[in-house]
Design a binder for this molecule. Structure first.
Ligand SMILES: Nc1ncnc2c1ncn2[C@@H]1O[C@H](COP(=O)(O)OP(=O)(O)OP(=O)(O)O)[C@@H](O)[C@H]1O
Ligand SMILES: [Mg+2]
Length: 203
């Protein structure tokens, strides 16, 4: 497992099985490696089902929660629920959980005020999608499963604008590096925009 795949450990994390590093889960699994394998096996078909029968794209926190629930309801008791603990990667905290509702509201209102990026020229579209991808990533509403959840929402946004993003062509490491730049202070999401720009297709 790469370091970018796991959150920094906290001793008092109520989401983790006591005396272990493994997240509490509905699969009866107590080691992270097995959990991750099963998690990928279960969420793979769920990701396809989200393409075939998408959740209603309301572009708000409830939208993210619905996607998260569809992906993880068989795996985690917290599926679809906003986290109530702090989480960090690479020594940097994501948004404090008490601000998730407020900042999500502001972010998605801003997106609405830009008419969901519909009709933008490609270079401007990429710039703004990098910004929103970054803003949503910094919120990180869930204890686990944020990457997959936010990609589904970004896909629905791109589709509304006539684009598709080929995530499978990006390495997890590259996405993690570009995402890390945000927690380090890059509010523009420039690195994420660059990654999107080279993996963007018109539909
Ligand atoms: N150091 C970091 N700083 C900020 N964001 C990061 C960092 N490393 C990874 N990320 C972001 O966090 C996401 C992973 O979050 P999480 O593990 O909750 O979700 P996931 O669905 O399991 O991830 P994955 O994207 O690997 O499928 C990545 O997709 C990336 O966007
Ligand atoms: Mg993960």
């Amino acid at each position: 497992m790469h370091p970018y795949e796991v959150y920094d450990l906290r001793e008092d994390d109520p989401f983790v099985l006591p005396g272990s590093e493994c997240l509490k889960n509905l699969l009866g699994v107590s080691d992270t490696k097995t959990l991750n394998t099963l998690e990928r096996q279960i969420t793979g078909p769920m990701l396809l089902s989200l393409q075939q029968t998408p959740v209603e794209p309301t572009f708000d926190l409830a939208h993210l929660c619905k996607i998260h629930h569809r992906l993880f309801y068989r795996i985690y008791p917290f599926a679809g629920k906003v986290r109530n603990v702090e989480i960090a990667k690479g020594g940097r905290l994501f948004l404090p959980h008490g601000l998730i509702e407020k900042v999500s509201k502001e972010t998605f209102e801003e997106l609405k005020s830009e008419n969901y990026l519909v009709g933008l020229q490609e270079d401007k579209f990429v710039e703004r999608i990098g910004y929103y991808f970054g803003a949503i990533n910094t919120i990180h509403p869930f204890r686990e499963g944020n990457g997959r959840t936010q990609r589904v929402l970004i896909d629905q946004l791109a589709q509304k604008c006539g684009y598709a993003i080929r995530w499978s062509a990006m390495s997890g490491h590259a996405v993690a590096e570009a995402s890390a730049a945000l927690l380090a202070g890059d509010k523009t999401g420039k690195a994420l925009a660059k990654l999107v720009s080279i993996n963007l297709y018109r539909i």
